[in-house]
Write a protein that binds this ligand. Structure first.
Ligand SMILES: NC(=O)c1ccc[n+]([C@@H]2O[C@H](COP(=O)([O-])OP(=O)(O)OC[C@H]3O[C@@H](n4cnc5c(N)ncnc54)[C@H](O)[C@@H]3O)[C@@H](O)[C@H]2O)c1
Length: 247
């Protein structure tokens, strides 16, 4: 399948590392111009933008902060003239017993993983509606379906991402296609940090695939969803997860 995203303008949040980095590179490899959003990772983000080519640029913004999101989309529109593809990827993981959670713990995870998608979709959609086209891809998690002990705010945020995606897909169809991806365990800095806390890979690799995913295996799903080959996908949550969850 030949995927050509030449002339497409994309923004990927949290794209200085892991899955977001692979998605930015995948979209650029297909010809898109990519804005590489990051938070506090300027050196890595500039490196990703340089590797992307096609006029890619790195922009810092905390995606849970409405003023910073508004400024990032204004800068994106000024630099690229508009936006065709938004990938809401930025997220954080938190492993903590429920009874030890503080209100701040809850707010930090929900704001970073879920409110950020509200803010970025709200910033991107008026321009997409005006131009009569656009694609949004939201990165959820298999844990958004399964739930998991010690991961309550994370799993709640990802369940929210799934239903946010489906509701928005219905509201903005047919001209704007909004879909999601619910990855299984994937080898990134996030899962390395998680393994350091939980002590092993046993649960993560107890799947038919028997291994962690690679970021490029998630990115290929995003590149596909961004392309015209996925023109009949609305509100779909693709699940590259090694068979951990078969829906
Ligand atoms: N790795 C996995 O096993 C896995 C599985 C399912 C879902 N996911 C999801 O994939 C996405 C990417 O995670 P990853 O595994 O690549 O980890 P990662 O830590 O490498 O990537 C997350 C990125 O988001 C950025 N970020 C965090 N808070 C931000 C904020 N407020 N504003 C802007 N950027 C911010 C981080 O700096 C980081 O670069 C996340 O949404 C995560 O929940 C990961």
């Amino acid at each position: 399948m030949n995927i050509d995203l030449s002339g497409q303008r994309a923004l990927v949040t949290g794209a200085a590392s892991g899955i977001g980095r692979a998605i930015a590179l995948g979209l650029a490899n297909a010809g898109a111009t990519v804005v590489v959003n990051h938070l506090g990772k300027a050196v890595a983000a500039v490196e990703v933008a340089a590797a992307c080519g096609h006029g890619a640029l790195a922009l810092e913004a905390d995606v849970s902060n409405s003023a910073q999101v508004a400024a990032m989309f204004a800068q994106t529109t000024a630099a690229l003239g508009g936006l065709d593809i938004l990938v809401n990827n930025a997220g954080i993981m938190q492993v903590k017993p429920f009874l030890e959670l503080t209100e701040t713990d809850w707010d930090t995870v929900i704001d970073t993983n879920l409110k950020s998608m509200f803010l970025c979709c709200r910033a991107a959609l008026p321009g997409m509606v005006a131009q009569g086209s656009g694609v949004i891809i939201n990165i959820a998690s298999e844990l958004g379906y399964l739930g998991r002990e010690l991961y309550v705010p994370y799993t709640a945020s990802k369940g929210g991402v799934i239903t946010l995606t489906r509701s928005l897909a219905r509201e903005f169809a047919p001209k704007i296609r909004i879909n999601g991806i619910a990855p299984g365990p994937t080898m990134t800095p996030m899962i390395e940090a998680e393994i350091a806390i939980t002590g092993g890979l046993e649960a993560e690799t107890a799947t038919p695939a028997g291994r962690l995913g690679e970021p490029t295996e998630i990115a290929s799903a995003a590149v596909y969803l961004a392309s015209s080959h996925a023109s009949f996908f609305y509100g779909e949550i693709l699940s590259p997860n090694g068979g951990a969850l078969m829906r």
